[in-house]
Design a protein. Structure first.
Length: 515
């Protein structure tokens, strides 16, 4: 244990010395002076046990519970689940089944990302993974901003640009001040945002009688069973993508947890923290979308203001208080967007080691400007973004999680398997292989995987996704064979292709290089 503490401290002192060299530059020192104002400048550097300030285990748990309730229990999650009936013509039963199966399977996959991608993809390919994660998080931020613009526009007739800008500015401010401020902000808003969803259930229930009209209208369309199956699979892929994409950054919010926190507690906390508010929000959204399909006032407002129109119409009988509830729901978008803004900045520092010397808040600012510009450009096309962008995120995260699970279960699950990683663990004695990963080597490329097996398997997974994707811009040769409108099979095929190739390639890599 003493030797471990020495290595941790040496690692910290080494990174501190490098930082001092950078901050001595007259061109960059001003960036670091902001640390005195409370701005968090730290990036992906490992947080050693000595640096962690204990705030109590249970307090840490409560803060993270608040984090997930605020981030998942809001309009960001709800926005996708208005679509199963309104866009994909599924009746309420099929819409609910596809949505809930997808959202829970996606959550089960996404919350398993609790280790650094560097140990899986190596020094070079992890750069590509980081870029993909950046694109995904910026995409989610665009969705949040546009949805925010629709909400404010629906209740105040303000321009979409106003709601978009407010989401961006508040997210940027909280993101700049870092993880501790972020956790406090989310904890404060967790209960109000979920109470607002509960109130949405109440107003939606008053129009539940229109569900039968919707189901009848869909039956009258006389859609073939094969086409309906294709639409069901596409909705499943959409719902899966909503929760699975948390896998790209879920672990960022546990860095202050004590090192001795059991992994099963972290898993349960993450799974339930995402599952409970996500299901709570999704069910009501599916029902509201089904009502809007046949109830003309809601349908007209949806055509004019998007999802903001549905919220505004539903709460209209409550007058001023109804508008207040919509504003609280608007804040839920900010809660989700803060996490994208914070985590996305960290991903930039994985692209190149030289980027780690630029304070995290600078990357936070860059990210915020990028998604603001994109949101303003795409403010009239939220449905297209949701329907075509989210499944793309689902493809890559599915490949990632498939490889990660196989790495952990097959090649790191036992001491016998970890002996294959003799370069990473500096030998094969019992003490060095007692943990699944040698975290002391997190920033030492020569001790980690070269990423050859993961890279080749990832490309095989991409091939599977291309064969099975069903998007406006491309329909795969297998996807087009299901029904009149095709079906999104990309998630299943990319997982299968990557999962079949990785064990063989990884075994060869370990035998050849020992890492």
């Amino acid at each position: 244990m003493a030797e471990e503490k020495v290595s941790f401290r040496s690692e910290y002192e080494e990174s501190t010395n490098k930082l001092n060299v950078v901050t001595s530059s007259k061109y960059l020192s001003w960036m670091y002076k902001l640390d005195n104002l409370g701005v968090e400048i730290r990036g992906i550097e490992r947080v050693t046990p000595e640096e962690k300030v204990s705030i109590g285990k249970w307090r840490s748990f409560i803060q993270v519970i608040g984090l997930w309730l605020a981030a998942c229990g809001g309009v960001t999650t709800m926005s996708s689940f208005f679509l199963p009936t309104l866009v994909y013509n599924l009746n309420l039963k099929n819409a609910l089944v596809a949505s809930l199966l997808g959202i829970n399977l996606g959550n089960l996959s996404g919350c398993r990302q609790m280790v650094t991608a560097r140990f899986l993809f190596g020094q070079w390919f992890v750069k590509i993974v980081a870029i993909i994660v950046i694109i995904g998080m910026i995409g989610w931020s665009v969705i949040n901003c546009v949805a925010g613009g629709q909400l404010l526009s629906a209740i105040s007739n303000a321009n979409l640009e106003v709601g978009i800008a407010v989401v961006m500015v508040v997210s940027w401010i909280i993101g700049v001040f870092g993880i501790r401020v972020l956790l406090k902000f989310q904890s404060i808003l967790a209960i109000p945002t979920n109470v607002a969803i509960l109130l949405f259930y109440i107003v939606v229930s008053k129009k539940i009688g229109h569900i039968s009209d919707t189901n009848q209208a869909i039956d009258d369309l006389d859609i073939s069973s094969q086409t309906s199956t294709g639409q069901w699979l596409s909705v499943f892929a959409l719902a899966y993508s909503v929760t699975s994409t948390w896998g790209g950054g879920a672990s960022d919010y546990y860095i202050l947890f004590p090192d001795d926190t059991p992994s099963w507690q972290v898993f349960i906390l993450t799974f339930l923290g995402i599952a409970v508010p996500s299901n709570f929000a999704a069910i009501c959204s599916v029902i509201a979308g089904a009502i809007a399909y046949s109830y003309q006032p809601w349908s007209d407002n949806y055509d004019n203001y998007g999802i903001g129109g549905i919220f505004a119409s539903a709460f209209e009988p409550w007058h001023g208080f109804g508008k207040f509830v919509v504003v609280v729901l608007y804040l839920s978008l900010i809660c989700n967007n803060i996490m994208n803004t914070y985590s996305c900045a960290l991903e930039f520092q994985l692209i190149d080691t030289r980027l780690t010397y630029v304070p995290r808040w600078v990357w936070t600012t860059v990210v915020a400007v990028i998604y603001l510009v994109l949101a303003l450009a795409g403010k009239e096309h939220l449905n297209n973004i949701l329907g075509n962008f989210l499944p793309m995120l689902g493809y890559w995260i599915t490949i990632y999680i498939t490889l990660l699970l196989e790495e952990n279960l097959i090649f790191r699950g036992t001491k016998a398997a970890r002996r294959l990683h003799h370069n990473e663990f500096d030998g094969t004695d019992e003490e060095s292989i007692s943990t699944m990963y040698n975290w002391a080597n997190w920033n030492k490329p020569s001790y980690r995987s070269m990423g050859l097996a993961a890279t080749l398997s990832f490309l095989c997974g991409v091939a599977g996704a291309v064969l099975g994707m069903n998007q406006v811009y491309y329909v795969g040769v297998l996807a087009e064979k299901v029904g009149d409108d095709g079906a999104d099979l990309g998630i299943y095929l990319c997982s299968g292709f990557a999962g079949l190739t990785y064990p063989v390639l990884r075994y060869i890599e370990l035998k050849k290089f020992g890492r």
